[in-house]
Write a protein that binds this ligand. Structure first.
Ligand SMILES: Cc1cc2nc3c(=O)[nH]c(=O)nc-3n(C[C@H](O)[C@H](O)[C@H](O)COP(=O)(O)OP(=O)(O)OC[C@H]3O[C@@H](n4cnc5c(N)ncnc54)[C@H](O)[C@@H]3O)c2cc1C
Ligand code: FES
Length: 243
């Protein structure tokens, strides 16, 4: 099945717990999407769909990685191989890919998954990538294959602090930034970095396709809808001061 943007019934290939409360779910479909786009999943017994980023796109399947934080993601974690899900996809604008740059890709918590497909694609365009991530718990590190620099607050052999502490303590050579993570992290990053870049916002949503205006964010050009105008914005464009 080749998918453009619309509602589809899609078969689950697998849905496995890869760290405590973190699941990797794989779907049987060929998806035409760019990194940073997301899907909106109808979950049994929940009125609102749940938006989750696309983490990996392969020829005949794609994957998401999500954390169980409430009712919807708990129900999602119970789906099994061969179940059929009603999904609206692909949604949002996604990241614009740069070429021949030294790129800092910076993620925090459940903002990390969309950066995985992004890193794959950036490498195809001759970019040097530094991958810097912040994790609340080192046991949530399921990203070893992408060779991240890890920052964590729980005592471990990794950097003890957040990603901004790391950037302040270490001189990293980069001239472009991509980021996704909690709003306070994005706010601090926006203030710290001087180069251009793009950040993606994962705030709460209603419809997911621009109809309800339930997902606005403040930008230098007025309010915009995260689901339709974003979730990716130019780093300098956003007004994140309230976070
Ligand atoms: C564009 C986009 C992409 C996303 N990508 C991912 C992803 O790849 N992986 C992933 O795990 N999650 C992702 N999220 C967040 C995910 O949509 C929510 O965690 C999920 O909808 C929560 O549903 P729930 O019913 O389990 O929790 P609820 O019962 O609705 O809420 C439980 C708790 O989680 C908080 N919460 C709910 N939604 C969000 C949110 N969007 N941001 C911050 N806190 C929230 C609530 O305030 C509450 O404290 C994304 C969100 C957006 C908008
Ligand atoms: S979620 Fe409805 S307009 Fe964005």
């Amino acid at each position: 099945m080749l998918i453009q943007s619309k509602v589809e019934k899609i078969k689950v290939i697998s849905n496995k717990e890869v760290a405590k409360d973190i699941y990797q779910m794989s779907f049987a479909a060929s998806l035409h999407a760019v990194p940073g786009q997301f899907i909106n999943i109808k979950v049994k017994d929940c009125y609102l769909r749940r938006p989750i980023s696309i983490a990996n796109i392969e020829e005949d399947h794609f994957e998401i990685i999500y954390k169980v934080v409430g009712e919807g993601t708990k129900i999602l974690s119970n789906y099994q191989s061969n179940d059929i899900l009603d999904i609206l996809l692909p949604l949002g604008n996604g990241y614009t890919l740069v070429e021949n740059k030294k790129v800092l890709v910076c993620g925090g918590g459940i903002g990390i998954p969309p950066l995985l497909e992004l890193i794959k694609q950036l490498k195809k365009y001759n970019n040097e990538v530094i991958f810097l991530i912040g994790l609340n718990d080192i046991n949530e590190n399921i990203y070893q294959d992408y060779h991240p620099i890890i920052c964590t607050m729980n005592k471990s052999e990794y950097f003890n602090g957040n990603v901004i502490d790391y950037l302040k303590a270490n001189h990293l050579d980069y001239n472009y930034v991509y980021a996704c993570g909690p709003m306070p992290m994005l706010n601090a990053l926006q203030k710290y970095v001087t180069c251009e870049g793009q950040i993606s916002i994962e705030e709460r949503m209603g419809c997911g396709f621009g109809a309800c205006v339930g997902c606005t964010c403040k930008t230098k050009h007025g309010y915009k809808r995260i689901c339709l105008d974003g979730p990716v914005f130019e780093i300098k464009e956003l007004d994140l001061d309230e976070y």
